[in-house]
Write a protein that binds this ligand. Structure first.
Ligand code: CAA
Length: 241
């Protein structure tokens, strides 16, 4: 039986590439999304991957959603915490709701999702938790106090949960992308992207979503069983942590 992989925010952007990469590697994949029904329907039609709609910021919704995935596909062996949003603005202009939206979707979601799969993984003696952080959680970013805080939190969460579950065959790791050519990065003002960001990437280009997906596939595999609590930076040399 194929292992089951669940990818949050798995129908668009980096998450879409991760879902497809895992499917191509032979996993049975479920992709969640929060709001964009049209994109999810297109993704499902093109890839044949099962899609589920719920808000990863809501603990009860995660509990119910995961139960549904497990009833339909089987127990979740691989969880990819990928769902994330930005509400970029400088701190002196940031509203409480811009702070809370980013913290709850990008960080609370790790608790909400992981808490609801961890018991099963521990009982079965196998699991892979892979969470997507960001270069901006490692180095900080102008205009992203909320996002940088949440993405740094992803790394702390991972190091703690990795220690707790290492003896149970469950590895817990972070993939930390730099600037990847997705809708989220294209939303950055072009002038800022060209003058402040691209010149700082030694490889000289934005990354491709598939370059992230390949690393997720590796961390999900049996071969990666000795890697836990680690952060794999994939950023074209922009920041060497
Ligand atoms: N470093 C230093 N100064 C910067 C800067 C930076 N990175 N970005 C902007 N500034 C400066 C501008 O040059 C400008 O200075 P002047 O007034 O002297 O010209 C000043 O800050 C104001 O900039 P804006 O005109 O852009 O101001 P704004 O209020 O309209 O917007 C902002 C501010 C929302 C922060 C906007 O600059 C922005 O969106 N920046 C990009 C933030 C970013 O990189 N987000 C990453 C999104 S992708 C992502 O999150 C995925 C991932 O994980 C990598």
């Amino acid at each position: 039986m194929a292992r089951v992989a669940l990818v949050t925010g798995g129908t668009r952007g980096i998450g879409e590439a991760i879902s497809v990469g895992l499917k191509n590697a032979g996993y049975s994949v479920a992709a969640t999304y929060a709001g964009n029904d049209e994109a999810a329907a297109k993704f499902k039609e093109e890839t044949g991957i099962a899609v589920y709609k719920w808000d990863v910021a809501d603990f009860e919704a995660c509990k119910e959603g995961i139960a549904k995935v497990e009833a339909e596909l089987g127990p979740v062996d691989i969880l990819v915490n990928n769902a994330g949003i930005t509400r970029d603005t400088t701190l002196h202009r940031m509203k409480p709701e811009q702070w809370s939206a980013v913290i709850s979707t990008n960080l609370d979601s790790l608790f909400n999702m992981t808490r609801n799969v961890i018991d099963g993984m521990r009982e079965r003696g196998f699991g892979r938790i892979i969470s997507i952080s960001s270069i901006n959680g490692q180095k900080g970013q102008f205009g992203q106090a909320n996002y940088s805080a949440a993405k740094a939190g992803v790394i702390g969460f991972t190091k703690a949960v990795a220690q707790e579950n290492a003896a149970k065959g469950v590895t817990v790791n972070v993939v930390s992308p730099g600037y990847i050519g997705t809708e989220m990065v294209r939303a950055v003002p072009e002038e800022v992207l060209n003058s402040k960001i691209l010149p700082l990437i030694p490889v000289g280009r934005l990354g491709e979503p598939e370059e992230i997906a390949r690393c997720v596939n590796f961390l999900a595999s049996d071969e990666a069983g000795f890697i836990t609590g680690s952060t794999l930076s994939i950023n074209g040399g922009q920041y060497m942590a």
